[in-house]
Design a protein around this ligand. Structure first.
Ligand code: IVH
Length: 707
């Protein structure tokens, strides 16, 4: 059977972009064409090419949307022809099943650690021993970053990734292949056979970039969960997660830096593996993210020392964490001559950067009230210089955290700062106590408005529930104007506080009633800055709906959820009629989030504020949501239930809307189609009782969309 591969405008533009890159140009015909197995492989290669551009080279050629279009085409073809699915197909990263424990698996060769050095003398010493062991006058070294993550080994056989194993005890680790398959910068297949290689074991480090780490912690904070101390812990924790799909969401990355074992199909081994630098180049050419660009090959130890120190100076500018450099003898034959101990190879050494940990005294604890009324204890510290900044206060989160870390006023504490990450207290040092320390006592009343504090069952956080509490009102306004929210430039935290104190602002709507004449009296407010502020406030009225939703500061509603919410309505006030069940249909909205959203929109004060904002001219409609009046689903209503396997629910819903259909919130006689995924529950039962509802599978749905 032949199938049409659609020639969409997105693909047309993609052809245009891909052409001339010397890669693949399958979509050259202006007409839809008949596919063949060979064409499918080209489509897979095209997707792999774009994954590599995006995840390894950091230089995408096409938009996410265009990529998704191609991906959907592949899904469609593979559904029609499952016999063409290969284990390295881009669709095969996404597993459906959960990890059932992790099986212990031996490494092909033991995974050794590294010896450490801390200064130039240590490196000079290392070089002296290396010259003695190799009997060389001068040694060529390859120097590269020491990535701060979780180490892994990957085994490829006949070009396919067959196993991924954690370090474990060095001899055997845990088989974490399904989770590693989620890391897009790790190719599922690589053309090792072109180099005569049959089996290869590669080592590397799974890392989480500083940005992904911050995003992840932000999400944890929004959910009221304890945050992680550093990207390293986050990376190693991620590798052992039960659900591979959750691993995919964490945006892990991997650097591969060592070939530990190789067998050949051919008699002559590839010469690239004769040097360490050569193996980094080879890995890069095979599609891996190796430190090819970051490495430096130098003769003699002075060059090594210079490169290590220069790299340490730019450590903070890197998008990921490194905790040192690794120095490796470049020539593999010299490496073999030098051998190894049971702990580490003698031909390599780590140069550890200065620790970004310090001890200081916890002098006092202040309690701050946030925009949701949460009372956060903040430890005041004797100022200490740490990794380029002076740290004088650190959030200590909540009462449970204080207990876990056994913190007292007057304690000596060990603090750590990982890159750009907010400093954390690692632990208290009870052995250094003098007896003058005192317990940290949590207040019973709000430190700002004095009303009684409450703690919900199962929560660690005490809250002030007085919504008129000054602290909350001010914090809400600060959040409202902030960059990721309404982005009212030139407002800023300090101005909000100042304007509130002198009575120019009292709540969010008052931002839009600001009397600019009053500002002329204030220090630092010239004509230009007033005009800028006025223009920024005016411009913010046109911000897209998701920004307004995020700006409202509804508990548990971060930017991602705000986008989901904005896409679910045509007008913000539609939320005042949405039931909890309807909210639960939305992607990533669980009970806690649904309750919080409902609570917000059922509160008359909030509704009054939204009406006020609408009267003041704020944009409350989802302008991006076009009502499509043509397409093959016009007039048809859909509801999805259970877990979809090929599509994300938001993707499927967008497809319905793009084809002119609409999504309903629950099962009723108005519903035309119920699309049933795995583990469907009560909605399916309910729908079975209404004869007019067509109950279809995900595949039937895809066929309906793309007839
Ligand atoms: S080489 C036999 N290179 O650091 C090869 N290790 O503290 C040994 N690490 O266990 C490893 N970046 O997990 C090597 N560029 C790099 C590295 C690196 C990070 C990790 C690795 C190792 C640990 C030792």
């Amino acid at each position: 059977m032949a199938l049409h591969l659609e020639y969409t405008p997105a693909i047309a533009s993609l052809i245009h972009k891909v052409k001339g890159c010397g890669v693949i140009s399958i979509f050259t015909a202006q007409e839809p064409f008949m596919y063949t197995a060979e064409k499918i492989n080209e489509l897979k290669d095209l997707l792999k090419y774009h994954e590599h551009r995006y995840y390894v080279l950091n230089d995408p050629l096409i938009s996410d949307y265009e990529y998704d279009q191609l991906y959907l085409q592949l899904i469609k073809i593979e559904q029609a022809h499952p016999e063409l699915i290969t284990p390295d197909s881009p669709t095969q990263r996404v597993g459906n099943s959960l990890n059932q424990g992790f099986e212990t698996t031996p490494h092909l060769v033991p995974m050794l650690s590294l010896d450490n050095s801390y200064n130039a003398e240590d490196l000079i010493d290392f070089d002296r021993k290396a010259r003695e062991l190799t009997k060389e006058n001068e040694i060529e070294y390859c120097v590269e970053p020491k990535f701060d993550g979780a180490s892994i080994s990957l085994i490829y056989e006949n070009d396919l990734l067959v196993k991924a194993i954690t370090r474990g005890d060095g001899v055997a680790g845990e088989n974490i292949t399904p989770n590693i398959r989620q890391i897009k910068s790790i190719p599922l297949s690589a053309p090792f056979s072109t180099k005569g290689i049959e089996q290869i074991e590669i080592r590397g480090e799974v890392i989480l970039s500083k940005a992904s780490f911050d995003r992840y912690n932000q999400k944890l904070m929004e959910q009221g969960l304890p945050i992680l101390a550093n990207p390293r812990n986050a990376a190693s924790g991620s590798l052992r997660m039960k659900d591979p799909r959750e691993v995919a969401e964490r945006n892990l990355d991997a650097f591969l830096y060592h070939v530990s074992y190789v067998t050949y199909k051919t008699a002559t081994p590839t010469s690239e593996l004769n040097s360490h630098a050569g193996s980094l180049n080879l890995l890069w050419d095979m599609g891996f993210r190796s430190p090819k660009e970051e490495k430096k090959v130098v003769k003699g130890i002075q060059g090594v020392i210079d490169y290590c120190l220069a790299y340490e100076a730019k450590r903070d500018e890197l998008p990921y964490e490194i905790d040192g450099m690794v120095i490796k003898v470049n020539d593999i034959h010299q490496q073999e001559k030098m051998g190894m101990t049971s702990h580490h190879p003698r031909w390599a050494i780590a140069f550890k950067f200065k620790a970004r940990q310090a001890t200081t005294t916890l002098t006092e604890v202040e309690f701050q009230v946030g925009r949701t009324g949460a009372v956060t204890p903040v430890a005041k510290l004797k100022p200490v210089f740490l990794g380029g900044v002076t740290v004088s206060s650190i959030s200590i989160h909540n009462e449970d955290y204080i207990q876990q870390k056994d913190l007292k006023k007057g304690d000596q504490v060990l603090i750590e700062r990982a890159g750009d990450v907010i400093p954390q207290i690692v632990k208290s040092l009870p052995d250094l106590r003098t007896g003058n320390e005192s317990p940290i006592i949590f207040p019973k009343n709000c430190p700002v408005c004095n009303s009684q504090l409450f703690k919900e069952e199962g929560e660690a956080v005490w809250r002030c529930i007085n919504i008129e509490c000054t602290a909350q009102v001010v914090e809400k306004m600060i959040h409202f104007v902030s960059k990721d929210a309404m982005d009212i430039k030139s407002f800023g935290e300090a101005n909000i506080r100042k304007f509130y104190e002198i009575g120019l602002l009292k709540d969010i709507p008052s931002i839009y009633r600001l009397n600019f004449n009053d500002l002329t009296q204030l220090d630092g407010f010239g004509k230009k800055s007033i005009e800028n502020l006025q223009a920024a406030i005016e411009a913010s009225k046109e911000q897209p709906l998701y920004r307004l939703i995020y700006a409202l500061g509804i508990r548990f509603v971060g930017e991602t959820t705000a986008k989901t919410l904005a896409n679910a309505v045509s007008h913000l006030l539609e939320f005042s009629n949405k039931t909890e069940e309807e909210l639960l249909q939305l992607e990533d909205v669980g009970t806690k989030v649904a309750k919080s959203i409902q609570g917000f929109f059922r509160n008359p004060q909030n509704i009054a504020m939204l009406h006020e904002l609408a009267d003041l001219g704020l944009q409350m409609e989802n302008t991006k949501r076009e009502v499509v009046s043509s397409g093959n689903l016009v007039g048809q209503s859909f509801l999805f239930t259970g877990t979809l396997e090929q599509l994300k629910r938001s993707q499927a819903e967008a497809m319905v809307e793009a084809a002119g259909g609409n999504i309903l919130g629950g099962v009723s006689s108005k519903l035309n189609y119920l699309v049933v995924g795995a583990d469907a529950g009560s909605k399916l039962e309910k729908a079975k009782k209404i004869n007019t509802i067509k109950i279809i599978t995900e595949q039937e749905f895809i066929n309906l969309i793309n007839p």
